[in-house]
Design a protein around this ligand. Sequence first.
Ligand SMILES: Cc1cc2nc3c(=O)[nH]c(=O)nc-3n(C[C@H](O)[C@H](O)[C@H](O)COP(=O)(O)O)c2cc1C
Length: 181
Amino acid sequence: MTLIILGHPNYENSLANKTIIDELQASDLSVEVRNISQLYPHYQIDTVEEQAALLRHQNIVFQYPLYWYNMPAILKQWFDQVLEYGFAYGSAGDKLKGKNFIPSFTVGAPEAEYQTLGEHHFRVYEFCKNLEQTAYYTGMNYVEPFYFYGTSLNAGYTELEVRSKAKNQAQELILKLRQFE
Ligand SMILES: Cc1cc2nc3c(=O)[nH]c(=O)nc-3n(C[C@H](O)[C@H](O)[C@H](O)COP(=O)(O)O)c2cc1C
């Protein structure tokens, strides 16, 4: 029912995203996790396999760490290849129509920095417009992104804090996914 496209180039050292994935896998939801960095270390994405995975599910979660105000390159590559003409868009490209598009990511910096006068100036949702329009263009149902701030341990957050915020995010995501069941 739920496909999780996990785009994390350094998952071995992940705390936030790994906690979210572990929590989802420990839930009673049926989830298929595709760790695309592990599947495609050389960015040679198997479009046919990925499209087949999309066809198996109604809910598509994109799970990733925010990199340069965006998704990591492996996930962008996945979008560029998998959402092709005739599949995801174009007159006959209706295969994703009606599926739920659910971004879930983690933000290194604290919330206070994502303000006009803060270091990152813009609110996080302003960096999500491309996701929203991608969902509309493919006929998918855009779900407001799930995210939390302050994952960077070198910014002074403790492992315990990050783990607890990550678990909260996973629980909120699980609630949303249950609504779609
Ligand atoms: C290449 C790179 C770019 C990053 N860019 C951002 C960014 O634009 N904004 C931000 O708040 N954090 C940024 N970060 C911090 C990551 O978002 C943070 O490390 C991640 O959320 C932690 O998740 P994890 O514990 O699953 O690895 C960046 C980290 C890396 C390695």
